[in-house]
Ligand binder design. Structure first.
Ligand code: PLP
Length: 379
């Protein structure tokens, strides 16, 4: 029984007729970049987020969405941005690409999200933003971060940019991710919970003027074609991707629930294994969070050997992420060394994502767990 980490074919088959009709509509229109499909999807996303005021601006991918956020906030040389040491690379590259300096913050060992208790000590007069990443589908504690900024009188100077690439449709106390930050960013990379058929991204803004600036920046900084207020980028969402995403978005909460059901089944199965500390399960909903499990990420002993064992048995897994950001060669000049951010380093050595996609069957999950038990119990 081969069990992939992610199977997108089932999702496609369930919506095939609608998806093909949407793609045909774009082909018939021969309108491929921005235009009515993109505008319709942006409005659909705004309604989905259930929060006002909110503005959605499509762009080319989640990495550029973060870069656009930096640019819209005029963050640049001399500025500092607090970032978790454990995330996808783009969470930090957006900071250095505009010439600003990342300030590393370790993660919480339970959630793998930025450890908000370490934030206050890192704030300086040069801090301009914090990028909490809602890793694996469970939100970081944005409310606590906002509280710290308020209590220290810094909220006006320090923007919160939520990196929601992995967490669209998750919630904190009922309110959706993407509605807490001054700016929030999304990726529609195919493996995200809302995945396009290519690259795609979005910036969400609570302030309509900031949203407008993002939109202009994504069009070479020109509000009127060929008249440039800013040096912007070419970063637009394709009409084909917008049409596809528009078909998929109404299903997203349902898929998230399926992921949650699968996670719950894993919890029940692992509870019966007696594996103890060898396998640590991801954080759950505790504290008012609705986890949407873009990944069901274990922290395990003898990770690489277990991964090989599962691979040999036909089970797909992934390591998110094998090297923490502060140890990446391109950031060596920032001076961090091994041991400086121990929780991130431990996560990099023990992380293993196992299949949790919508459509995964109970029998497949039982097989994954029984293989893991076999591995540790040596049968
Ligand atoms: C946390 C996080 N931020 C940003 C990105 C960048 O998104 P994209 O791949 O669309 O550029 C990703 C995607 O992998 C991500 O997981």
């Amino acid at each position: 029984m081969n069990i992939p980490l992610l199977d997108l074919k089932g999702i496609f088959k369930a919506q095939e007729a609608e998806l093909r009709a949407a793609m045909d509509r774009v082909l018939e229109s021969q309108y491929f970049i921005n235009g009515p499909e993109v505008a319709a999807f942006e409005r659909q996303m705004e309604a989905f987020l259930e929060h006002e005021p909110i503005s959605a601006v499509g762009c080319s991918n989640g990495s550029i969405a973060l870069l656009l956020a930096m640019m819209a906030l005029d963050i640049g040389p001399g500025d500092e941005v607090l970032v978790p040491t454990y995330s996808f690379f783009a969470t930090v590259s957006c900071v250095t690409l505009v010439g600003a300096t990342p300030v590393w913050v370790d993660i919480d060992p339970h959630t793998c999200n930025i450890d908000h208790t370490q934030i206050q000590d890192k704030l300086t007069d040069r801090t301009r933003a914090i990028i909490p990443v809602h890793l694996f589908g469970r939100m970081a504690d944005v409310a606590a971060i906002e509280q710290i900024l308020n209590d220290t009188g810094r909220r006006q100077q320090v923007a919160i940019i939520e990196d929601c690439a992995q967490s669209l449709s998750s919630r904190y106390k009922g309110r959706r991710a993407c509605t807490f930050g001054d700016l929030s960013t999304l990726s529609f990379f195919p493996s995200k919970n809302l995945g396009a058929y290519g690259d795609g991204g979005m910036v969400i803004a609570r302030d309509p003027d900031l949203a407008h600036k993002v939109r202009v920046l994504a069009r070479h900084g020109a509000e009127v074609k060929y008249h440039h207020q800013f040096v912007g980028l070419n970063s637009r969402l394709d009409a084909l991707q917008a049409a596809i995403l528009g078909v998929k978005l109404p299903m997203l909460d349902d898929w998230s629930q399926q992921r949650r059901d699968n996670a719950q089944r894993y919890r029940q199965l692992f509870a019966q294994t007696g594996l103890g500390g060898a396998v640590r399960l991801p954080a759950d909903d505790e504290g008012g969070y609705l986890h949407v499990y873009n990944q069901f990420n274990l922290l395990v002993e003898r990770r690489d050997a277990l991964r090989q064992y599962l691979k040999d048995a036909g089970v797909g897994t992934a390591i998110y992420y094998p090297m923490p950001l502060h140890l990446q060669p391109c950031f060596a000049h920032l001076g961090a060394k091994e041991g400086d951010y121990p929780v991130s380093e431990a996560a990099a050595n023990t992380s293993l994502a196992i299949p949790v996609f919508p459509g995964l069957t109970a029998a497949q999950q039982e097989r994954v767990v029984s293989l893991i038990v076999d591995f540790y119990k040596g049968q």
